[in-house]
Design a protein around this ligand. Structure first.
Ligand SMILES: [Zn+2]
Length: 270
């Protein structure tokens, strides 16, 4: 075996670089969008002392290390989360670029993944999945699929629309049934729109697999937390991040998981 091809390395580097820059913008979205602040102005500044971040300290990922996690003006510590969000987004873009090259499909997948990163952190911070990310996501997912179907044929558009209807409809039904049975609000409307967005990008099969994986990971994490905290009180973790994890796993390995499942169930069936 030889090392990776030079093309692969170039795709990974260029993808990672672009991804890190988008990650930097996602930090702005995560911080400002729930607060109703403008995404473009003012430029990044220290939340403690208000000094503008110098351009050379604002380099994605590296900036945080250059500053050793502290504001250069007032010394207040800066959360490593900024660098973590940039690193996750860079890895996502690099992996997608290596997998598919710089194509429209890759751009669609990256839009989807970047939206999931922003939604995960906003949901953890505020228990909120803003319409300003999920609704444009639904439109974008259908639009990317429509372009794919128009240019290369195939059933991408049909799968996308079916995914939106199934994703939105399923959770809406669960929320309705829960409300009818208990008289309480269970699942948030944000989760419904998020699953509709996931359907727009991953299609109806992808939505089913995402929900399955999210429930599995969610109950595993929930059980671990209950054991750790020795309590059976209601969990305070939102469901959105688990849907995002399930969707990312489905984005990268969904086809293989479905194939494996079909094979396994076919073999055990008869
Ligand atoms: Zn400062």
């Amino acid at each position: 075996m030889q090392g990776p091809m030079p093309d692969t390395i170039a795709l990974a580097l260029l993808g990672g670089l672009l991804g890190a820059c988008v990650g930097s913008f996602l930090n702005v979205v995560i911080y400002r969008l729930p607060a109703g602040l403008s995404l473009v102005s003012p430029p990044s500044h220290c939340p403690a002392c208000g000094h503008a971040i110098r351009w050379y300290d604002n380099v994605p990922i590296l900036g945080w290390f250059l500053l050793r996690g502290r504001c250069r003006d007032c010394g207040v510590s800066i959360s490593p989360r900024y660098a973590i969000v940039e690193a996750i987004t860079a890895l996502l873009a690099a992996a997608l670029a290596v997998q598919g090259g710089f194509t429209l499909d890759t751009l669609a997948a990256f839009w989807f993944g970047a939206s999931l990163v922003a939604l995960t952190y906003i949901d953890l911070d505020h228990r909120l999945l803003p319409d300003r990310i999920t609704l444009p996501g639904i439109v974008a997912g259908i639009a990317f699929a429509a372009v794919a179907t128009a240019t290369t044929g195939g059933g991408a558009l049909g799968r996308s629309v079916a995914g939106v209807l199934l994703g939105g409809g399923m959770l809406w039904f669960v929320a309705w049934a829960y409300h009818a049975a208990t008289g309480r609000e269970g699942m948030g409307g944000g989760d419904i729109k998020l699953l509709a967005m996931i359907g727009a990008f991953l299609g109806w099969k992808g939505v089913l697999l995402t929900l399955l994986l999210a429930s599995f990971v969610g109950s595993a994490v929930g059980t671990l937390l209950m054991i750790r905290d020795r309590s059976d009180s209601k969990l305070a973790i939102p469901f959105g991040p688990f849907l995002a994890i399930g969707a990312l796993v489905t984005l990268f390995w969904g086809d293989r998981i479905v194939d494996w499942y079909m094979l396994a169930s076919g073999l055990s069936g008869d």
